[in-house]
Design a protein around this ligand. Structure first.
Ligand code: ATP
Length: 513
């Protein structure tokens, strides 16, 4: 199946099976805002629990907080968001559509990479098993020509972004002959800056309302609480503070479903370290975070690091963990060495001393910070894309199966009486009542057993049990596994033991420690 089709199918599947709905659906939706349905919220909570527990349970020097979305407006002045949280925008005069200039250029870079990949794929087909990808990439003239164009563009782009040279960004778009995807023309306006923060007013206007922002990241809530937590929790450096919460950005290029939303959720952890040790910690956190992703079992080749050439004003090292989405490798998580920029700024703007006294060195200093920041929704999307599978079965039928890691699956066990009579529903309810305290169970008695299995496959339920007439006599049920579709008879009393260990978050956490 073409990757583009996979993505369309995942989006449709999310709606059909209650994972994700467009927000305000009956009013035709609201741009780049989405709601999670009955299955989606379970999957999302499991992702959040996996992250939270990996941070807070597995590290005795990491604690969590939950700070407010509204914060003092000066925080965003201090953090640089009021002055510098901008996207460079360009309009096409014919289609009247607005684009992010940097995204247009990034797409052009991806086109050169696509061309290189196409050459490689053609050659791989031609040469078969004897194909040496690396050698081909280094010697094939067509690949080298595309690579040279890509490298030159990348370098020019990085320089323009670093200098925030808006004229040069526009010139790149002109020189690369980038056209508007809607009008097909190159009739571009100037490039302008656009601030991404949403603002609103707090207090009544008679008292003089205060302009406040909806936070564009959760990190600042951690920074302004760092000393509260350090003192009350008697934390010693190095230590971390984790937080999960909503963030808001008035994104211009809001496409690709829940990949880029205007209201989304972040899981961020700020790790406070001694100055000078930050790059060592940065590397440690890169490895720790990659291992967290890989433990889900989607295959190591689905991930890669993308080290930043252009560093944000506050960072001295940065990388993204990218995941292979159907539309290419895309950032799911950012890991940044943020220096002492944020804390120093808050010290300056608040006028309060927020230095840490280090009892080991007898010194006071502003700690350096390593941040790991992952979008819950992007993680959700990557999990859905990697799990979605259309399978041809031996009997000629086909099925759609979500191969979700069992620990993340919304429902762990479906309890299905073979028929709606003869005491089977009652027996099934009895099993539900025993197991519902251990994991999420789902009862269903409607339709044929085959149809019910298919519905459970489609929402990624790892186990189904069927209760039949024999069950009433011998206390045995048929246990079916989602991926292999294997069925075996097991005793009702063994069910919990067989299933529980495979479906808990703990089962994945154990791979990490
Ligand atoms: P991008 O370059 O894609 O705009 P970013 O580099 O601005 O992302 P960060 O500020 O580093 O992103 O935010 C950390 C994480 O938050 C990202 O890796 C991503 O998973 C998530 N994220 C950021 N913006 C959005 C958004 N608009 N919708 C959904 N998730 C987002």
């Amino acid at each position: 199946m073409a990757q583009e089709d996979v993505f369309k199918k995942v989006v449709a599947h999310c709606k059909e099976y209650g994972f994700v709905f467009p927000s305000s659906d009956i009013y035709d939706g609201l741009g780049a805002v989405y709601d999670y349905g009955q299955m989606g919220v379970e999957l999302k909570n499991n992702i959040k629990n996996y992250w939270w527990q990996s941070m807070v349970l597995l590290h005795d020097n990491i604690v969590g907080i939950d700070s407010a979305i509204f914060m003092h407006p000066t925080i965003w002045k201090a953090s640089g968001h009021v002055d510098a949280f901008n996207d460079p925008l360009i309009d096409n005069r014919d289609s009247k559509k607005r684009y992010r200039a940097d995204v247009l250029i990034e797409e052009q870079i991806a086109k050169y990479e696509d061309k290189m990949e196409k050459e490689v794929a053609k050659a791989a087909k031609r040469f078969g098993e004897s194909f040496n990808r690396e050698l081909f990439m280094q010697t094939n003239p067509k690949v080298l020509a595309e690579k040279a164009k890509r490298d030159a563009l990348q370098e020019r782009f990085a320089k323009a972004l670093n200098e925030m040279n808006l004229d040069e960004l526009r010139q790149i778009i002109i020189d690369e002959e980038i056209v508007c995807p809607i009008s097909g023309t190159r009739n571009w306006t100037e490039v302008r800056q656009f601030n991404l923060m949403f603002s609103t007013e707090m207090g009544s206007t008679a008292d003089g309302a205060m302009k406040v922002y909806l936070r564009p990241e959760t990190a600042q809530g951690i920074f302004v609480n760092y000393l509260n937590v350090q003192k009350t929790g008697r934390m010693r450096i190095p230590f971390g503070i984790a937080q999960i919460g909503k963030a808001f950005r008035n994104e211009i290029v809001a496409r690709q479903f829940i990949f880029r939303m205007r209201e989304f959720e972040q899981m961020e952890m700020q790790f406070f370290v001694r100055p000078g040790s930050e790059l060592e910690w940065f590397n440690k956190w890169k490895e720790t975070r990659l291992a967290w992703h890989k433990a889900l079992g989607f295959g190591d080749e689905a991930y890669r690091f993308h080290d930043h050439e252009k560093l944000a004003h506050y960072a001295n090292a940065a990388t993204d963990i990218e995941f292979r989405m159907p539309f290419g490798f895309k950032e799911v998580e950012g890991i940044h060495s943020r220096t002492n920029f944020d804390l120093s700024q808050h010290e300056k703007f608040s006028g309060k001393n927020i230095k840490y006294f280090d009892p080991e060195t007898n010194e006071s200093y502003v700690p350096y910070v390593i941040e790991t920041s992952i979008g819950v929704d992007r993680m959700f999307l990557s999990v859905m894309c990697a799990s979605y599978c259309e399978e041809k079965l031996e009997n000629g039928e086909s099925r759609v199966v979500l191969r979700l890691p069992a620990a993340l699956a919304p429902v762990k066990l479906a309890v299905l009486p073979l028929v709606k009579k003869d005491g089977l529903p009652e027996k099934a309810r009895e099993i539900m009542n025993q197991l519902k305290f251990s994991f999420n169970c789902y009862y269903e008695e409607k339709d044929s057993i085959g149809k019910r299995y298919r519905r459970m496959d489609a929402i990624g339920t790892p186990y189904c049990v069927t209760i039949d007439h024999q069950t009433l006599e011998d206390g045995m049920v048929t246990l079916r596994e989602r991926d292999t579709m294997e069925q075996r008879r097991v005793a009702i009393s063994d069910l919990e033991g067989i299933i529980r260990d495979n479906v808990t978050i703990t089962s994945v956490l154990k791979k990490l420690s």
